[in-house]
Design a protein around this ligand. Structure first.
Ligand code: AMP
Length: 511
């Protein structure tokens, strides 16, 4: 099935996209927008499988622009918080044919596109337009090799994942991958056209794009698109959106839980069918707090970019949710692989491996990463876990080096390399340290060159000029020597624990 076909479920007059203070867009309007966008891109010589980067603020136009582009070309939503260097890397790596930004955008992405000769398309929103309704600025006409709606096997979306190397890996997802994942999430959560999702997730990350947007649209239900998470405005949005559910990362649930007491009236007015959490481990105590506050089940799921998000999920009642477990296979098949390569039985700990129709065909232009990641037809997640006798998966650890900062992933090697560019830095190791709210925070240990002096703040500012703020180490320790493990190698995983570094740990009730 193609993505366009996926959008046919919603009734013409049913609301597809809504937003604070805006008139809603119905499915008839959304489908017309998809057709018009396909025609505009094709007329400008941009067609199937061509890469189009999107840098837009979160909100209804980001949602519709992504959906419309994914139906026609290879869409590549990028984090608007990236710095110039990052945009240049991504636009170049994608071989982007165009970059879509809002009208008059001051984003450094525009400068990066101009430098690389990438066409810049401005997204124009008319005064009083329905939520998500847009047109493109005038584009020069050009012949299009392969136009019309994208086919299921075409690349519909390209995202990057932080890898074990310093450069992010390019993950192409076909229309078929996205359709399979959206359908599976919709089935897990039993979406109906009556549902209204309150989207607070960023729409450049797989979680928001699939669970927040495509899955509910596939069921003909409504998505209320906010400008992004804001714990103070969350309850106001609840009153306006009248949602039946929302999905978020644990850090957001924590901030929402801390304000629940003052918003009991709003909570009473809008009973939710369920709340969903994914992208990082949800502390069991917080699950309890959210369930009590919303009087609704908290459905914890386990997702990953390479699997087009959902891999496992706890089920809705009356089936059992298990705290501390990310649920049962919820899309791809799940196996636990032992060190000798064989699949392990229930109760045994090994690497979580997956296979199925939502899993990417492979990283682009990266045979080394593919050779490491795909084995005997399975994709290795780099997570360590265990299945119980009833097929519920628990994540017990991580074999890969990424830092999971409240759902945002940081590659420590990317930051190592930047810090090494500083004239005073001789050696560095970036690692994740436990953090009370975020789960993990970025930290670093640095050895300075003899006779050099440099403050934590100076190094942080040096990194912040090159990468988005969330990747900057919040704590930098200056040492005479980097700690080597028993094997003589630097070991990032578990380093914070070994040296006793942390930013507090989560305590129930103490928010
Ligand atoms: P991403 O590609 O950003 O979605 O990140 C995928 C990674 O996030 C997974 O490989 C896990 O390490 C982590 N992750 C996602 N969901 C969960 C969860 N429910 N519990 C623990 N870790 C999770």
């Amino acid at each position: 099935m193609t993505l366009q076909a996926l959008l046919q479920t919603g009734a013409d007059d049913a609301i597809a996209i809504a937003a604070p203070g805006r008139a809603p867009l119905d499915y008839r309007g959304l489908r017309a927008l998809v057709a018009a966008t396909t025609a505009s891109l094709n007329a400008a010589g941009i067609g199937r499988n061509d890469r189009v980067a999107i840098v837009l603020p979160n909100g209804p136009e980001m949602a519709t622009c992504f959906v419309a582009c994914a139906c026609a070309v290879g869409s590549a939503p990028l984090n608007p918080a990236y710095r110039a260097d990052e945009f240049e890397f991504y636009l170049d790596d994608l071989q982007a044919k165009a970059l879509i930004v809002e009208q008059g955008s001051q984003s450094p992405a525009v400068e990066a596109a101009r430098k690389l000769g990438v066409q810049v398309i401005e997204l124009v929103v008319a005064d009083g337009a329905a939520a998500g309704q847009f047109t493109f600025s005038d584009l020069p006409a050009a012949p299009c090799g392969s136009g019309g709606p994208a086919q299921a096997e075409d690349v519909a979306m390209v995202l990057h994942t932080s890898g074990t190397t310093s450069k992010p890996k390019r993950v192409p997802l076909s229309g078929g991958n996205l359709v399979a994942s959206a359908g599976q999430i919709a089935a897990t959560l039993q979406f109906t056209p009556q549902d209204i999702g309150l989207n607070i997730m960023p729409l450049f990350h797989i979680h928001g794009l699939l669970a927040g947007l495509l899955a509910p649209l596939s069921a003909g239900s409504q998505v209320f698109c906010t400008p992004g998470f804001n714990a103070l405005r969350f309850f106001k949005w609840m009153d306006e959106a009248r949602p039946s559910w929302y999905t978020a990362v644990p850090t957001m649930h924590l901030a929402i839980a801390s304000r629940g007491k003052h918003n009991a009236d709003v909570l009473a007015r809008h009973p939710l069918r369920f709340v969903r959490s994914s992208s990082a481990a949800m502390p069991p105590q917080l699950i309890g707090q959210i369930e009590t506050m919303f009087k609704a089940p908290l459905i914890e799921s386990y997702g990953m970019t390479e699997a087009a998000h959902q891999m496992a999920s706890n089920p809705l009642p009356p089936l059992e949710r298990k705290r501390g477990s990310v649920g049962r296979a919820g899309g791809p098949e799940i196996g636990i692989r032992g060190e000798d390569g064989g699949l392990l039985g229930a109760g045994e700990v090994g690497e979580v491996v997956i296979r199925g129709p939502s899993v990417t065909a492979g990283y682009e232009n990266n045979p080394k990463a593919n050779a490491e990641a795909f084995i005997d037809g399975w994709f290795r997640t780099g997570d360590q876990g265990m299945l119980d006798a009833e097929g519920y998966l628990s994540i017990t650890g991580r074999l890969k080096e990424i830092i999971n900062r409240g759902g945002e992933k940081v590659s420590p090697r990317e930051i190592d390399e930047i810090m090494l560019d500083h004239m005073s830095v001789a050696q560095v190791i970036v690692f994740g340290a436990p953090h009370k709210r975020l789960g993990e925070e970025v930290a670093a240990m640095v050895v300075l060159h003899d006779g050099h002096d440099c403050s934590e703040r100076e190094l942080q500012q040096f990194v912040a000029r090159r990468v988005a703020a969330y990747k900057v180490p919040k704590k930098i320790l200056f040492v005479d020597e980097l700690p080597k493990g028993a094997t003589g190698k630097l070991q990032r995983i578990g380093l914070a624990q070994r040296i006793g570094l942390g930013f507090g740990s989560y305590v129930a009730g103490e928010l």
